[in-house]
Design a protein around this ligand. Sequence first.
Ligand code: KIV
Length: 310
Amino acid sequence: MYGPVKPAGSATQSSASQSSARVKVTVPAIVARKGQRPIAMVTAYDFTMARLLDEGGADILLVGDSLGMVVQGHANTLPVTVDEICYHGRAVVRGARAAHVVGDMPFMSFQVSAQLALENAGKLMKEGSFESVKLEGGVEVAEHVFRIVSAGIPVMGHIGLLPQSVHALGGFKVQGKRAEAAARVLRDAKALEEAGAYAIVIEAVPPDLAAQITASVSIPTIGIGAGAGCDGQVLVCYDLLGMYRDLSPKFAKRFAELGDAIVEATQAYVSEVRDRSFPAPEHTFKANNFAVPALIEASEGLPEPDTQVH
Ligand code: KIV
């Protein structure tokens, strides 16, 4: 059981986060980063991870529908619902001190009509506590983006490989390799910019194309598998940390091997439970020095003593 939570700013914070107070990252601040210091975006799905990623300096936390794969264990992102994005969003927002928090619009929450897109974007903002929303697509969703932006909700676009179209694409495949396909991705970027998107994720396209798009639009581009020429980068946190081992996309650099560390820590725990070396005396609460039956008899009717667990 978890005991009382110490207030933010107490000794639970590391010295790193105490010494480097960060300024809240807003949509205008993200837009102002066009062509400037690259934007570091990463996915997050829960409070603890959001706290750590925020402390690590991430500018943007995305509650991506990738949670369908890395949290829920599905083969793709299609089953994820608006309610699930909202549930994870509330947790991530509580963990994010400075990072901007974006909610992904899941499959079929926006494709049907601009009206439905607006209603679900509003739901993400109200029930997920998000600060902006992201949706997949280009020309075909430009009107939807316009309607959402007109309602005062900032929108991040997403072009190139669209994981919600995995079946139409025949798999998670690189996009824009041929001239005609590349021109289509560029048109998508322009349509999103005109519709009022404040940034665009470009997924799995050749780096030259991503760089050309970046040079052609006035809003920041955030690449994933799109080379270093974008205005920022995004990774799924479980890829970055080496925890998701079912798929390993070429572009997903693992900056740590926490998956191995978790397995090793669990093995050590299991072993200490089995040989009774855990819990040790330092993990155990002390009683006053009298026998347990006498203790029970003496305490009958008395209130439970107030022992702090943490
Ligand atoms: O759902 C997601 O995590 C995403 C990012 C990978 C861009 O869309």
